[in-house]
Design a protein around this ligand. Structure first.
Ligand code: UGA
Ligand code: MN
Length: 325
């Protein structure tokens, strides 16, 4: 009886052990799941095929585009130099300008503040602009600055700022492939203007609208050359041309390290003070369909009246000074 019980016990033990071994073996076994996974594999291979087809399509589109137009990096950079100063309309002017420049490929905006310090208004605006830019500042010496009530024409404006930008260009070991354009912050610029100036060899010129008390001023072109200027005042100036009416090649600016704007230049001679060391009239390159198109306008923004603001401020009810305008 005792023997039988022992045998039963051993048998029971053996069967359990075998069961356990079988279960463990099953765990390590690879199951034949192919049948089960087939739809998933098919979907993956279909998607792989689709991905490959799309990658090929993108590649061929890119090749087509690069054959049609030159790569951005190979077109000359336009360095746009803008002097600017603090006043109620400054943010509006710079916003408008930045939106124009965003449409122009390969443009670098050099903004030079006429101030002792860089302001947070300009710094933040540039940082959010989405443009490639350089932010500089230099304050105009007091004796060269217009005083309250002075007529606008009494002193030239933005002179030291443009010279500061020229210094930056010359110091910066920039690539030689470039164009320099002086764009005041209040003018209006068409996009076509930038196409016109892009391939300037020395100095290119074009008409400027609404300037000098006229509908437009412009170089007069005969036989493809500038022969004189259509202007209302002193046509015998070396270059009777507005700041907005010319662009200079970067190579020429770098080759003439001393050329700059003269803050002592008599009224109307500021542009001449810079250009006369760089180029002669017969070397000028007329653009904008032989200078027959107006692509830039010498607009001026009205100075806003602040009478109500001042009255409210006197009552302690002025607009919140923390709101940037
Ligand atoms: C005209 C020309 O278009 C300017 O290029 C030239 O500098 C000016 O005359 C001059 O005679 O100096 P105008 O409209 O009379 O322009 O000048 P503004 O637009 O008042 O000033 C030209 C640039 O200098 C602007 O970008 C302006 O923001 C800047 N500026 C003006 C300063 O940086 N500081 C100032 O105190 C005043
Ligand atoms: Mn202006």
């Amino acid at each position: 009886m005792r023997m039988r019980l022992k045998t039963v016990f051993v048998l029971y033990f053996m069967v359990s052990l075998l069961g356990l071994i079988y279960a463990l073996m099953q765990l390590g076994q690879r199951c034949d799941c192919r049948e089960h996974n087939l739809p998933k594999e098919r979907a993956i291979s279909r998607l792989r095929g689709e991905l490959h087809r799309l990658q090929e399509q993108i590649k061929s589109e890119e090749t087509k585009q690069s054959q049609n137009q030159p790569a951005k990096a190979s077109i000359p950079t336009i360095f746009v130099i803008t002097p600017t100063y603090t006043r109620p309309v400054q943010k509006a002017e710079l916003t408008r300008l930045s939106h124009t420049f965003l449409h122009v490929p390969q443009l670098h905006w050099v903004v030079v503040e006429d101030s002792q310090h860089k302001t947070s208004l300009v710094r933040d605006l540039l940082a959010k602009s989405g443009l490639s830019y350089t932010h500089l500042n230099v304050v105009t010496a007091k004796e060269n600055k217009l005083q309250e009530g002075d007529p606008r024409w009494k002193k030239p404006r933005g002179v030291e700022q443009r010279n500061e930008a020229l210094r930056w260009l010359r110091e910066g070991a920039q690539s030689q492939q470039g164009v320099v354009y002086f764009a005041d912050d209040d003018n209006t610029y068409s996009l076509q203007l930038f196409d016109e100036m892009r391939n300037t060899q020395r100095v290119s010129v074009w008409p400027v609208g609404l300037v000098g008390g006229m509908k437009y001023e412009k170089p007069v072109v005969e036989g493809g050359k500038v022969v004189r200027f259509h202007t209302g005042w002193n046509p015998s100036r070396p270059f009777p041309i507005d700041m907005a009416g010319f662009a200079v090649s970067l190579r020429l600016v770098l080759a003439n390290p001393d050329s700059r704007f003269d803050s002592m230049a008599p009224i109307g001679f500021l542009e001449s003070s810079f250009l006369q060391g760089l180029v002669t009239i017969d070397q000028l390159e007329p653009k904008a369909d032989k200078c027959s198109l107006v692509l830039v306008w010498h607009t001026r923004t009205e100075k806003p009246k602040m009478k109500r603001e001042e009255a409210l401020q006197a009552q302690g009810l002025g607009s919140d000074p923390d709101v940037e305008v």
